[in-house]
Design a protein around this ligand. Structure first.
Ligand code: ZN
Ligand code: ZN
Length: 133
């Protein structure tokens, strides 16, 4: 998918335009994603950091993921909406939360991450691919 993707936070203080190609789309059930989204999993797509432009401040919270890597959860400091995620393991890649898209129907997860950490009240989609290593 190479079409231009636009989106932003709930209050409109942060907007983005992504022009790069989506590398993959995934649902992640790790505890970090559960805490930072307040739900059972995050739904996000991976894109090259050079392919996306933000307007407005994205503040980042640093945490250690289930595999020990430093990760950075980006959110709007005004409304608190989760927007992005990055990990030191893949410095050229940024993950964008799917529901921040202006048209979230563009999103279609094909990969599952940390399936074993899924909560019983938020069962994983069956038959997704395992995460790329
Ligand atoms: Zn906002
Ligand atoms: Zn996660």
């Amino acid at each position: 998918m190479t079409e231009q993707l636009t989106g932003g936070c709930a209050c409109g203080a942060v907007r983005y335009e992504a022009k790069g190609e989506i590398e993959f789309s995934f649902n992640c059930h790790c505890r970090k994603c559960q805490r930072s989204t307040g739900t059972g999993h995050s739904s996000a797509f991976a894109i090259d950091v050079a392919g996306i432009q933000f307007q407005g401040e994205v503040r980042e919270h640093k945490a250690i993921s289930d595999n020990g890597a430093a990760t950075y959860s980006g959110f709007c400091p005004t409304c608190g909406s989760p927007l992005t995620s990055r990990t030191e393991r893949f410095p050229n890649r940024i993950y964008i939360h799917a529901a921040t898209l202006d048209d979230p129907s563009h999103f279609s997860p094909s990969v599952i991450v940390f399936e074993e950490a899924a909560q019983p009240w938020d069962p994983p989609i069956k038959n997704l691919e395992a995460a790329p290593k």
